[in-house]
Design a protein around this ligand. Structure first.
Ligand code: NI
Length: 231
């Protein structure tokens, strides 16, 4: 599943985040990579526990909470605190699959380590396509290979089970926030069906209002979520 969430952040929010990131320390991106992906990874990241990363992460979490498309597609249970990365000219990230389980550091999670099963991966673009060449996010799934580069403020949500890479940046610098989502619906096919059903119901409601059959379909949607969700 690939879902493009347009304008998750406003231009003002993107500018504010970039302003803060400009003044922070960046480290080698391999700090959060698994053993296999470390060999493929060449980029820069803001350290996970940097205060700037946490306050900017909260801005993003707030935007996610208020975004109907994100909530319909992800049915989120937990969101990993957003991280920030940067690919300067010459940097890239070769093909890999993200780790299945991520641990939120105890210092961030108020003393208790929190496990996040990475059902979905998210990339929130913080630089516009005109600012750099290369740097495409390429995702391989059962339907083939998808190359994605979105406007600053837009987010791509994709299945964390898919192999992906970021092509080499050949001009400029590509900045983004990235994080993972544990969905209430662990089964990918079930989650995709719920999203389709929800989208169809929203369309019908827009056209016909709350006809009794639409109320029944809405009930069916909620009863399926009740049956399948971890909460
Ligand atoms: Ni990845």
């Amino acid at each position: 599943m690939l879902v493009h969430v347009p304008r998750l952040l406003s231009r003002e929010q993107v500018a504010e985040i970039r302003g803060v990131l400009t003044g922070t320390d960046w480290v080698d991106g391999r700090v959060t990579a698994g053993a296999q992906s470390a060999g493929a990874k060449n980029n820069l990241q803001v350290p996970e526990n940097a205060p700037a990363a946490r306050s900017l992460g909260d801005v993003i979490l707030g935007a996610l909470g208020g975004n109907p498309l994100f909530n319909a597609a992800a049915l989120p249970l937990r969101v990993f605190p957003p991280l920030f990365n940067r690919y300067d000219t010459g940097m890239e990230f070769g093909p890999h699959i993200d780790n299945a389980i991520r641990f939120v550091k105890p210092s961030i999670a108020s003393g208790m380590p929190i496990r996040v099963r990475t059902d979905l991966s998210a990339t929130l673009f913080l630089t516009d396509p005109a600012e750099y060449d290369g740097g495409e996010l390429v995702i391989e799934d059962t339907y083939g290979s998808h190359s994605v580069k979105l406007p600053a403020g837009d987010m791509l949500l994709y299945s964390a089970t898919s192999r992906h890479h970021v092509t080499k940046v050949t001009r400029g610098s590509r900045w983004s926030s990235f994080f993972w989502v544990q969905s209430m619906i662990g089964d990918e096919a079930a989650r995709a069906m719920l999203f389709e059903l929800d989208t169809a119901i929203q369309g019908l409601r827009g056209r016909y209002g709350d006809e009794s059959e639409i109320v029944a379909l809405t009930g069916l949607y909620h009863n399926l979520v009740r049956r399948w969700a971890d909460a």
